[in-house]
Design a protein around this ligand. Structure first.
Ligand SMILES: *[C@@H]1O[C@H](CO)[C@@H](O)[C@H](O)[C@H]1NC(C)=O
Ligand SMILES: *[C@@H]1O[C@H](CO)[C@@H](O)[C@H](O)[C@H]1NC(C)=O
Ligand SMILES: *[C@@H]1O[C@H](CO)[C@@H](O)[C@H](O)[C@H]1NC(C)=O
Length: 500
């Protein structure tokens, strides 16, 4: 009964407070425009709102951006929960209020800022919210103190998807403050502080350690050091919060791109292929050793929605399984030069990349010296089209992977072919390293691959089909193939002439 009375009383106070506010407002100008409990501000209104509300949480939004839509939904939900509280929510359309946005330096992230005590200059950035709950937790943690996190739950009682538990000897230590400021920046993760000694006995750990639990299971421990910063702690949490290997999907894309780890290893693989399990498992085993350095992601090439991702990395589905490393700081990509994707190969590649020894994948290698005077011309990305599309020459090109045995087995045969055809001025035999050069031709099948570019219809490639190795091996057959193609070409040329 007593509690009820108290509740009634505080409700009354709140009403009185709001009424007083409105009264003051009524004397001067009209009230501020509002929708679903969220102020809709322009330049003049912003100044008034700043004077009126001690805590003004502003969302700077651009109506057409997907991010703004997500944040708007979270904002509306939070507004409903915060009605009558000290915090007032507001939005400013940055596409309309350009001057104001410029004045407030609100063109980029963070797109939510908390203005305190009417101070226009120093708003507090609010982390990008996933939901209304993110905003509410952030406000609560901001207003509270580290003491709010103290719990006497035992580890087995943390059933949340992810809990970060700080185990500290002294609660007034700086460590706790660092821990608490990390909690503020990660409102979607649950945090707790404990002094329960069960932790020590269970895991044999000492004090001042941060534990990451997934559904009560210990994932990783982090020892706090005097120099540990909030940022380091956040990196640790955001990295270990993800599994060692993450599948790239619409859902995980934000988490992957938002990761503080700026080196990504990408495995492009067909999930339905027979060797998927084995390759995925090797990738997963290699990932463990690089947790804070390289983020491991796999992309299903059999998923049409990943088309753009593959286009970006210039990976074609038949090239899978294939591993690329990308440095997100300078956007240089690296190609794992191997046929077999086992744990050791992947680890060695990642290590050599970190040591700066890996060879970047370029759009084109530089053309090697004397490339066009060799019996088998050595083409690169930038010479391929010029040579292959020559209007007066029939060009036979082998697309190879230098590290592949299958490719290597064909090198002598190609030399022999070049020797056999060396008298023919109108025929060129060439090869190109498909792992080091981007090749802008739609090719069927995997490497090594052989293609003929007939003289007249040079921009059309005739792919050498069938059991390539067996057919190329037969000297006679090989010659016949080329001769036939040239004859066919000549016939077409004559036909075109007649038509003209
Ligand atoms: C993926 O593998 C399945 C099963 O082997 C196959 O049918 C499909 O064509 C493959 N897709 C691609 C894009 O390689
Ligand atoms: C990634 O690129 C940045 C900027 O060029 C460079 O400083 C850094 O060393 C690169 N990282 C690796 C692992 O190569
Ligand atoms: C191709 O041959 C024609 C006729 O002989 C000649 O005019 C033309 O210049 C040649 N094209 C090239 C690129 O050599």
């Amino acid at each position: 009964m007593r509690r009820l009375l108290l509740l009634g009383l505080s409700a009354f106070c709140l009403c009185a407070f709001v009424a007083a506010d409105e009264h003051r407002e009524g004397q001067g100008a009209t009230s501020l425009p509002e929708e679903d409990g969220v102020l809709q501000l322009n330049e003049g209104d912003f100044k008034r709102a700043l004077r009126k509300y001690k805590q003004l949480l502003v969302h700077f939004y651009a109506p057409l951006s997907a991010e703004s839509h997500r944040v708007s939904a979270a904002f509306k939900g939070a507004a409903a929960e915060l009605e009558g509280s000290e915090v007032k929510l507001a939005v400013i359309d940055v596409t309309e209020e350009k001057e104001l946005a410029k004045d407030l330096n609100a063109k980029g992230p963070p797109i939510i800022r908390l203005y305190l005590g009417g101070d226009k200059q120093n708003p507090v950035p609010c982390p990008d919210p996933v939901s209304a709950a993110s905003i509410l937790t952030w406000l609560k943690r901001r207003a509270g103190s580290a003491a709010d996190l103290i719990t006497d739950r035992s580890l087995s009682e943390f059933s949340e998807e992810l809990t970060v538990v700080g185990f500290f000897k002294e609660l007034d230590h700086e460590y706790v403050q660092v821990f608490y400021s990390a909690a503020m920046d990660l409102p979607d993760v649950s945090f707790a502080v404990t002094q329960n000694n069960e932790v020590i006995s269970e895991y044999g750990l000492t004090h001042d350690v941060v534990l990451l639990l997934k559904k009560s299971k210990l994932i990783q421990a982090y020892k706090m050091m005097p120099q540990t910063s909030k940022e380091e702690l956040i990196v640790f949490i955001t990295v270990y919060q993800m599994d060692p290997v993450t599948e790239y999907t619409g859902k995980t894309a934000n988490q992957i791109l938002g990761s503080p780890v700026l080196n990504h290893a990408l495995l492009f693989v067909n999930e339905s292929s027979a060797d998927f399990r084995e390759i995925h498992s090797a990738f997963n085993s290699a990932a463990g050793a690089f947790r804070l350095k390289i983020l491991f992601v796999w992309v299903n090439v059999y998923e049409p929605r990943n088309g753009r991702m593959m286009e970006y990395f210039r990976v074609r589905d038949f090239e899978a399984p294939i591993i690329r490393l990308v440095n997100l700081t300078d956007h240089v990509t690296y190609h794992l030069p191997s046929d077999s994707l086992d744990v050791e190969t992947i680890k060695t590649f990642c290590q050599s990349y970190l040591e700066g020894k890996a060879k970047p994948k370029l759009q084109s290698e530089p053309a090697p010296e004397g490339w066009d005077t060799r019996p088998v011309q050595e083409l690169v990305g930038m010479t391929l089209e010029k040579v292959a599309f020559h209007p007066n020459k029939t060009v036979f090109v082998m697309f190879y992977l230098p590290y592949s045995q299958e490719s290597q087995a064909l090198f002598p045969l190609l030399e022999e072919l070049a020797e056999a055809l060396k008298e023919r001025e109108d025929v060129v035999v060439a090869r190109i390293d498909a792992s080091a050069n981007d090749i802008d031709l739609t090719m069927q099948g995997r490497y090594p691959s052989l293609g003929l570019f007939p003289a007249l219809y040079a921009e059309r490639m005739v792919v050498y089909k069938g059991k390539m190795k067996d057919r190329v091996k037969e000297d006679e057959d090989r010659k016949k193939y080329i001769e036939a193609a040239i004859a066919e070409d000549a016939k077409n040329a004559d036909k075109t002439k007649e038509e003209l």
